[in-house]
Write a protein that binds this ligand. Structure first.
Ligand SMILES: [Mg+2]
Ligand SMILES: [Zn+2]
Length: 220
């Protein structure tokens, strides 16, 4: 890490240093491993819309961070993993919300985490959608899950050992992306006969299944 006197240290950098000092861990020796986290349905609740569908929040006001999200991220760090968000956010492309609103949503999550000393080591968002209303986002990209592009980019930028890393999500596309990147996969949800058949059909059987992110400590 480059440090210069008088350089502003971000809240994330400060919390990371504080955490490493507290843990007394020298992380410079080992190759870094990560727990990649989907955002919606993992760190924050999904929204039940009036038309009956369940989906991602489209305003920061709607977004509710899970009460045990910070505790879970702290557990991830204590177990020696980075915590990195990997999320499809096609809402801007579909004109459901602005870029500023996306930043407000992500800011709300990070503020909630920081209240308990938790932080994200990285955030990677795919803003593309094949049927985007905004032309610059109408791309058949390699970063929209189930494709592993964002995970691979994060691994390259942060020198991560993917085989020792986990991908945690609440959708089969998360499992598919995690598998394609060579990570161990964790699906959040309840097993049902239908889900079991869907997993097998889509070649998306996760390595682990948990009820919520709060159980992640049992796996790491
Ligand atoms: Mg999700
Ligand atoms: Zn993309």
């Amino acid at each position: 890490m480059r440090t210069r006197v008088g350089v502003h240290v971000s809240l994330e950098q400060y919390l990371r240093l504080k955490h490493e000092i507290k843990e007394g861990r020298d992380v410079s020796q080992e190759m870094t491993k990560a727990v990649f986290l989907d955002r919606d349905g993992v760190l924050n609740e999904l929204v039940y819309y009036k038309d009956g569908h369940v989906g991602s929040p489209i305003t920061a006001r709607q977004l509710v961070v899970y009460p045990r999200a910070a505790e879970s991220i702290n557990k991830i760090h204590s177990a020696g993993y980075e915590a990195i968000v990997i999320s499809n956010q096609p809402g801007v492309a579909k004109k459901q919300f602005s870029n500023a609103e996306l930043l407000r949503m992500n800011g709300k999550i990070k503020r909630a985490l920081s209240k308990e000393g938790a932080f994200l080591d990285g955030e990677y968002y795919c803003l593309h959608h094949p049927r985007a209303l905004i032309k610059k986002y109408r791309v058949d990209c390699d970063c929209r899950k189930p494709k592993p592009g964002l995970i691979l980019r994060a691994a390259k930028e942060r020198d991560l050992d993917l085989a020792k890393s986990f991908f945690v999500g609440d959708a089969l596309t998360d499992v598919q992306a995690g598998k394609a990147a060579g990570c161990k996969t964790v699906l959040i949800g309840q097993m049902t006969d239908l889900l079991n058949r869907m997993m097998e059909k889509h070649n998306a059987v996760p390595d682990f299944m948990i009820g919520s992110l709060a159980e992640i400590g049992e796996i790491l």
